[in-house]
Design a protein around this ligand. Structure first.
Ligand code: PNW
Length: 458
């Protein structure tokens, strides 16, 4: 059966600055919280870091040529805030401006549309230590000033902006569980960080709309991540648990933007730990997205807490806040991240978003899978990855048939890169074929994606 996607549907692939650029202290770049986090023993698998990563900073010409060769039409990347503003505010680094100017120009020369994320987790260290990072009162103003700079320098050529990538990850993994930078552990900080992330997003959007949009004619939004939560059983308790889980995951950030306030169940359950959205914040945040950016990877069952015997996963360690027990079916295949492959969950999530938020234009800004691929005879046989994409694309096509306004899809990731706390051992990107003669340590194996493309004539 043929699956035709709508005319103008955007097909792309995505990366982020810290995961691919390397050159962590080159040409005037300031340090980010990830540069520092990686130096703390025990935080990142194998002691890896993004100090070199895919060395994209030094290889942008070569990389864009490879993208063109692949036939890529849209490329989502992020700008490193500390490369542009080494101390997070004030002085601007001209070499940072030059790098992104060159990248954008080469992409456009190659007929590839740039989609730019302003914040993919690499906060300038100066703002973390001097101002409390995302817990600081003034962080949203600093972010808006940085965004203003990006619109000013790059907005003549960039027509799609994503303010913040996955505020849930920043808040929960960075400020709740402490497994991502800046590594703080708290059951209240995530909700304050989340509040400031929303305000930062909204202030950047306001700057864009007030000063640039009418001239530059671009679109701006935020990207949230969410898994699907399927009720473990048909009981009202489990159905409510699944709904609650989705509200704590996605509606936390999407409700304020599309409805003007946090979900009721979060307000009731969190009490004073959840900041309130007053009239001023509401005016700022409500309506602050031209499109709905979604990163989606997996699905879990949700049950009323305690109702799922053997359920092993809490949600961010803050599961007591939502009182949901999560589990997976033993029948679902797992990727190397131990994330279950459940294509229909993606369709259900898209339909849930369409229904709750009045059918907004949606872009899937990330979807993909990690597998420990092994090259054999110069080629990679990766039927599991092929099956993953077949399954997910079939289901998102189904969602479109069912009326969801999905307008684009970006594969995570263009290249095998630094997978945060998991280091380099999880391979989301194009697998490399490592010629014996060029064998290197696992740490810089990400460089080999280039050889793969060449060796395999892709
Ligand atoms: C996303 N979780 O991260 C990011 O946007 C990418 O930078 C990353 O490489 C990719 O997904 C794969 O991990 C996530 O724990 C990290 O639910 C963690 C979670 C979700 C997304």
């Amino acid at each position: 059966m043929e699956h035709l996607f709508p005319k103008g549907f955007v097909w792309g692939s995505a990366t982020s600055a810290y995961q691919i650029e390397g050159a962590w202290n080159a040409d005037g770049k300031g340090p980010s919280i990830w540069d520092v986090f990686c130096m703390i023993p025990g935080k990142v698998h194998g002691g890896h870091s993004g100090a070199t990563a895919c060395d994209h900073y030094h290889r942008l010409e070569e990389d864009v040529a490879l993208m063109k060769q692949l036939g890529l039409k849209a490329y989502r990347f992020s700008i490193s805030w500390p490369r542009l503003m080494p101390a997070g505010s004030g002085a601007v680094n001209p070499q940072g401006i030059a790098f992104y100017n060159a990248l954008i120009d080469r992409l456009l020369d190659a007929g590839i549309e740039p989609w730019v994320t302003l914040y993919h987790w690499d906060l300038p260290v100066a703002l973390e230590f001097g101002n409390g990072g995302w817990l600081g009162e003034d962080i949203s103003d600093h972010f808006a000033a940085y965004a203003d700079l990006c619109f000013q320098y790059f907005g003549d050529r960039v027509k799609h902006w994503i303010t913040i990538n996955e505020p849930w990850v920043v808040a929960i993994l960075g400020y709740g569980l402490g497994v991502f930078a800046p590594g703080r552990v708290s059951n209240a900080a995530p909700y304050l960080a989340g509040h400031h992330l929303l305000k930062a997003h909204a202030k950047a959007v306001r700057v864009y709309r007030d000063k640039y949009q009418s001239v530059q004619n671009g679109r701006i939004g935020i990207t949230n991540n969410c898994d699907w939560r399927e009720p473990l059983s048909d009981t009202p308790e489990d159905r409510q648990a699944a709904e609650r889980a989705l509200e704590f995951f996605l509606a936390w950030f999407a409700d304020p933007i599309y409805k003007g306030d946090y979900p009721e169940c979060m307000r009731t359950r969190l009490g004073a730990r959840l900041p309130s959205i007053g009239a001023e914040d509401r005016a700022l945040i409500e309506g602050s997205s031209d499109f709905f950016g979604l990163n989606h990877y997996t699905t879990m069952y949700a049950a009323a807490s305690g109702a799922a015997p053997g359920s092993v996963y809490g949600n961010g360690g803050l599961s007591e806040d939502q009182d949901v027990a999560l589990s997976v079916s033993p029948e679902w295949p797992l990727t190397d991240m131990q994330w279950a492959v459940v294509p229909w969950g993606c369709r259900k999530l898209l339909e849930w978003i369409a229904q709750r938020y009045n059918n907004p234009p949606i872009y899937i800004t990330e979807n993909g899978c990690a597998y420990p691929d092994q090259p054999k005879n110069g080629r990679v046989h990766d039927p599991a990855r092929v099956a993953f994409f077949e399954g997910y694309l079939r289901e998102i096509h189904g969602a479109i048939q069912n009326g969801v306004d999905l307008r684009g899809y970006f594969i995570w990731s263009l290249m095998d890169n630094f997978e945060w706390a998991s280091g380099y051992d999880k391979q989301f990107g194009i697998t490399y074929v490592e010629p014996e003669s060029l064998r290197r340590t696992p740490k810089d194996s990400a460089l080999w994606y280039r050889e793969v493309i060449r060796n395999n004539g892709l």
